[in-house]
Design a protein around this ligand. Sequence first.
Ligand SMILES: Cc1cc2nc3c(=O)[nH]c(=O)nc-3n(C[C@H](O)[C@H](O)[C@H](O)COP(=O)(O)O)c2cc1C
Length: 216
Amino acid sequence: MLCKQLVIITGPCWRCRKFMKLAVTHVVGTGDYNGPDEFSKEELNMARDHGVFIKKQYSQTSKEIYELLPIAFNQKQVVEASAVVAVLGDLENIRMAEKIYGQAVDAGFMPADTAKSMVEHYTGMYSSMPPEAIRQIAYTDGGLVSMQLMLVTRAKGYDTVPIGGYDKQKFMEAFRISERYIPIMLVAIGKAAKPGHPTVRLAVDDVAFFNEMPKE
Ligand SMILES: Cc1cc2nc3c(=O)[nH]c(=O)nc-3n(C[C@H](O)[C@H](O)[C@H](O)COP(=O)(O)O)c2cc1C
C-alpha cells in the first residue's frame, strides 16, 4: 500500500531570504514530491496545524527557481532537479585566449613564444570574423560543452535532462545576462525519480555514409 508523508522543512523564503517552514508531500518509496499548490484540503490544514504559513507566492524556496519555472514553460524538471546549469556561449571568447595559452605555458605543455604567436593569430582571425560566424562557433562549442557536462554528470552517478524548451529572451532578462553571452541549453541535474523512458536510435547505416551522400 502506498504511504504518503507530509514533510516539513525549514528553508529560505525566495522573497526575503528569511528562514521559514515549508511543506511537501511525499509518496514513500518513490521520488514523487508535491508542493502546497497540489495539496488536498486536509493536507493544507495539517501543514497549517504544524505552523506552515501557506501562500501561493511563498511556495518556492528560491527566487531563481521561481523565476525559471514559467520561463521554462512550466516544465517541472527545473524545480524538481537538484541543480539547473545554464550553458552560455561567450561571444568574446577570444578574450580568454591569453589566459588559456598562458596556462599551457605554465604547465610546461607549450613554449612561451608558440603561445604568444597562437594568441596573436587567433586574435587577428577573430577580429576580422563576421559576428554571425563567431555566434555559430559559440553554438557548436556550447553543444559540445552541454553533452560533456551530461556525460561527466552521468559518470558521477547523477542524471540529467537537457532543456532547449525555454524562453531564451526572458531567461536573459530575468537573470540579467549580458549581451556578451548567448543562451545554449539548460541542463537539469539530479537523481532520477524514475528510470528514463525506453528509446530508439537510427541504425548506423541510416546516418553514416562513406564517401557519398545518401540519394534524396
Ligand atoms: C536539443 C534538445 C532539446 C531538448 N529540450 C528538452 C526540453 O525542453 N524538455 C525536456 O523535458 N527534454 C528536452 N530534451 C530531452 C529529450 O526530451 C529526451 O529526454 C532526450 O533527448 C533523450 O531521449 P531520446 O533518447 O528519446 O532522444 C531535449 C533534447 C534535445 C536533444
